[in-house]
Design a protein around this ligand. Sequence first.
Ligand code: NAI
Ligand code: MG
Length: 500
Amino acid sequence: MSTPTKSPIPKSLQPFLSGPKKLLINGQWVAAKSGKTFDVFDPATDQVVAQVAEGDAADVELAVAAARKAFDDGPWTKMTASQRSQIIWKIGDLIEQNADQLAQLETLDNGKPVGVAKAADVALAADMFRYMAGWATKIEGNTIPLNVPYAPGAQFHAYTLREPVGVVGQIIPWNFPLLMGAWKLGPALAVGCTIILKPAEQTPLSAIRLGELCLEAGLPDGVLNIVTGFGETAGAAIAGHDGVDKVAFTGSTEVGKLIVNAATGNLKKVTLELGGKSPNVVYDDADLETAIAGAADAIFFNQGQVCSAGSRLFVQQGVYEEVVAGVSEIARNMKVGNGFDASTQMGPLVSREQHERVTGYLKAGLEAGAIASAGGGPIEGDGYFVQPTVLKNATAEMSVVREEIFGPVVTAMPFKDDSEIIGHANDTSYGLAAGIWTRDISKAHKFAKSVKAGTVWVNCYSIFDAALPFGGYKQSGWGREMGHAALENYLQTKSVCVNL
Ligand code: NAI
Ligand code: MG
């Protein structure tokens, strides 16, 4: 395995990185009221690359007031849907026009390979805005025939209006910083909400750039406010604010529960996209070459920092050794390094904290009796690198099998047949995604029906599309992102009943 190398930060980013980055409040870039800033690190080198305003409750107060004014007074909420649609579409265009810079910011902030950032994160973000731009003009209610048993002979004309929920707080994580922004902003803007967005403290840069692009696209003042800062201060202030009508969160299940508690003050609506421990099942009748490559990609994509990662690999016993050997070989040959190197296949983890968390799990797993058939520990050096790891001999009660590691670590476990696999697959408090590899279509569909997961991939993994709903069963969350299902998060239904 190659060792991480250092690459210079692209010169083209220097103008954006110079000077502390500010908060976006009411269409203006402003310092935090406290005057405080925090450091942003390059995870490949552990060097500080930018300073960003540290917003807290006082700034959230201003952001909520701006969003409220923009919602109550317009012009955003008074525009035609077609006008809103054109602005949202333009955001997609501007993302595409700035694709290289946005991809570089993701690599600098998050560590992921720059080619992946451009092909996946940036392209999907642009597409999300365009998909949602199309929905803006298609938000419709119904006309409903009434029967009212206690008003015989009376005639009514009844219909529903679909209205934006109002001011929304959106708290996003660091694994796909730009894309999570797009997933959240797209549907909220399409229906006419106004927003306070809080990016993760580890990765605020692309959200700030996205804010600039939103203004350039013509988004009116106060529609999008961005408060960079920490979860316990800025995030908690958004979740607990009585002036916020709805909060949407992506992150850990632990913080998801805090958000639910914080929302009780004004009973704001809550949607959550949380952790996962997704089963990925390989049957002996699968096309093994594709399944092995797919199983490796399911866990190693984005350094394993994917909520839907295929982190529990179940392989039918007859092909267990072959599949584990294949995935392990891919792991051992992966080029781990700085995301700015064109040859890098896997970058560093996002932060020192995440590096400690993942290496802590590896240690616990190995001590409990799991055996690493590839990787198994950190990679020494300045950045937050770990080895792509395949663990054998893991058992159902180990923390590496039960808990979300959020790193490039897969546990590979054998199974006998159909009778036991659903039990194994569903033996988790999570339910975000699942994968199955087989040539038997009825086996695949039966599995898809019985597995408790919001997304099931058959003979593929990690396929995301703006049109395909994504979200969790069980403790993986509430509500769906993407697709028209995402619009539901930001709409409420008003029934109007007219006596004719
Ligand atoms: P986190 O859940 O603490 O952070 C996610 C977002 O929530 C960030 O913007 C953070 O500032 C904010 N936040 C944190 N505490 C908050 C609070 N009390 N009130 C309001 N907002 C708050 O995740 P963290 O600590 O960065 O990672 C821990 C674990 O969470 C990871 O190892 C992984 O297992 C999981 N995770 C899952 C993600 C997913 O996509 N579902 C994304 C990120 C982390
Ligand atoms: Mg946290």
